[in-house]
Design a protein around this ligand. Structure first.
Ligand code: RB5
Length: 142
């Protein structure tokens, strides 16, 4: 079973709980917080999730804030992280196929809950194509 870690700030808290409930039967899901709607700072949650994906404790991560943008900017500061902000299913799929994204970001203020579930399902079930794309992803790491 894939090990997934998921985090949000206050602006993504409600959608985080919906996604956790949606995933728990198929995946081993760790909730990295936040644990209430009280205002908090998204870079701290992004760092926590990104570090645990980068060190291999979890296979993939999901980060939710108001837009997904702040979370992705912060997560991409951690070496080895390829965080993609996504608000449609095609981009979700391509971010895995071509970019080997290891963190999915989206915004509770941007995507509805059914679309967020579809994006998450497609993203988690799509594997990296490798080959010519692997060379390019390696270039990002370098
Ligand atoms: C919080 O108001 C909001 O700025 C945050 O959730 C996120 O959207 C930042 O990118």
């Amino acid at each position: 079973m894939k090990k997934i870690i998921i985090g949000s700030d206050h602006a993504g808290f409600r959608l985080k709980n919906i996604i956790i409930n949606h995933l728990t039967q198929k995946y081993d899901v760790e909730d990295a917080g936040t644990h209430s709607q009280e205002s908090c700072d998204y870079p701290l949650i992004a760092k926590k999730v990104a570090n645990k994906v980068a060190d291999g404790t979890y296979t993939l991560g999901i980060l939710i804030c108001g837009t997904g943008i702040g979370m992705s900017i912060a997560a991409n500061k951690i070496k080895g992280i390829r965080a993609a902000v996504v608000s449609d299913t095609c981009s979700a799929k391509m971010s895995r196929l071509h970019n080997n994204a290891n963190i999915l970001c989206f915004g509770e203020r941007i995507v509805g809950e059914e679309l967020a579930k579809d994006i998450t399902d497609i993203w988690l079930s799509t594997e990296f194509l490798g080959e010519r794309h692997a060379k390019r992803v390696d270039m990002i790491e370098d």
